[in-house]
Design a binder for this molecule. Structure first.
Ligand code: MRU
Length: 352
């Protein structure tokens, strides 16, 4: 199977009036493509994780903005722009943690504002171009992260990953899975342990699916088995993605990531975060400034089961992400290279 083929997870319909996404909630059992035309459908696609993974959310948001703007009937720029603002606010409220969402929407908004003197028809074209450029940049970003990340691994290494930061979450290799897929193309072999990632099972449904299809040796484990595979000496490095990196290196990623990092430190295993600069939020000083999404308790109590596995009224706490303290992170791999601690310094230098 060709691993570097651009996935069809997010794409613009040729007429510029709809966005086509691969519904990630249906994988691996069914391959379902959805056509999204309205802001309600687009909001739902992000909220329900039909399109998910920080970079893919950003790419989708860029196309969503462009398609919605394309459909606006307005006589003046003011009318046009105020309708774009309504769409932007609605989409921005769909999920709070991955900064790529607001990053992409703000970037689209900046194009709409910077071209306010031009005819609306021309601004619509520029917005479609900008959204396409966001996706093209993502493809280049994935290739660069894969290359930098691969320099941290040796042939034969055991690697543990959490959630899904693969092609489905981006437009090419993914971030955390990038080095593994690139290495595979170069004839290297890794033994990957994929945490199943309760409650939404991105590791089981998506990571093991993507790695298996690419011919990478992958073993699926439950989240509570990470410690034993580390203790057994089977893990040489942990690679994870990210949803928002604060200015001090604290990193929000899928719930359970910080536990993996704590275990890795205990067992002396390097723990790396891989993500594009669009996931770094220099406006967040520390992880405490990152909003953590809370999701529906039903995801814990009954989703995936044929009957509920907990009392119907049991209290549940269902945060979608947690923050890994920067002290636990051995390196942050971006498209520009590998940042090392102290991150306050290395991140500030990157953004200079
Ligand atoms: O809730 P999800 O599935 O969108 O969470 C995804 C993650 O936590 C990923 O690790 C992160 O977005 C990086 S994807 C390259």
């Amino acid at each position: 199977m060709q691993t570097t083929k651009q996935p069809d997870n997010v794409r613009l319909r040729e007429d510029g009036r709809a966005v086509m996404i691969l519904d990630q909630t249906q994988l691996p059992g069914r391959t379902v493509t959805l056509t999204l035309e309205t802001v309600a459908q687009m909001y739902d696609a992000i909220f329900e994780l039909k399109v998910r993974g920080a970079p893919a959310i950003g790419i989708a948001a860029g196309y969503f903005y462009a398609v919605l703007a394309n459909g606006v009937q307005a006589d003046s720029y003011q009318d046009f722009y105020s309708q774009c603002q309504v769409f932007k606010e609605k989409l921005n409220a769909s999920r709070p943690t991955a900064v790529n969402l607001s990053w992409a929407l703000n970037r689209m908004d900046a194009v709409a504002q910077a071209n306010s003197q031009k005819p609306v028809a021309e601004i619509k074209k520029l917005l479609l171009q900008e959204a396409t450029e966001i996706q093209q940049e993502d493809i280049r970003m994935c290739a660069a992260i894969a290359k930098h990340g691969l320099s941290l691994l040796k042939n034969g290494d055991g690697v543990l990953t959490h959630c899904n930061a693969g092609p489905l979450a981006t437009s090419l290799y993914g971030t955390a899975l990038g080095p593994l897929l690139l290495g595979k193309e170069q004839g290297m072999h890794f033994k990957v342990f994929a945490d199943e990632t309760r409650p939404l099972l991105q590791g089981a449904r998506l990571t093991s699916y993507e790695l298996d299809r690419a011919g990478v040796d992958v073993t699926l484990i439950c989240d509570n088995m990470a410690s034993i595979v580390m203790k057994n000496g089977w893990v040489n490095a942990c690679l994870v993605g990210c949803d928002r990196i604060a200015a001090n290196g604290d990193t929000a990623n899928k719930i359970g990531t910080s536990g993996v990092a704590i275990l890795a430190q205990y067992y002396g295993i390097p723990f790396y975060v891989l993500g594009p600069t669009s996931t770094i939020d220099m406006n967040c000083k520390t992880g405490d400034d990152i909003e953590i999404e809370l999701r529906n308790p039903a995801e814990i109590r009954e989703k995936w089961y044929t009957e509920p596995m907990a009392p119907a009224d049991v209290k549940c706490y269902n945060p979608a992400f947690d923050v890994t303290h920067h002290d636990l992170i051995d390196g942050i791999v971006t498209e520009h290279g590998i940042l090392r601690p102290p991150y306050t310094q290395s991140l500030a230098t990157l953004f200079k």
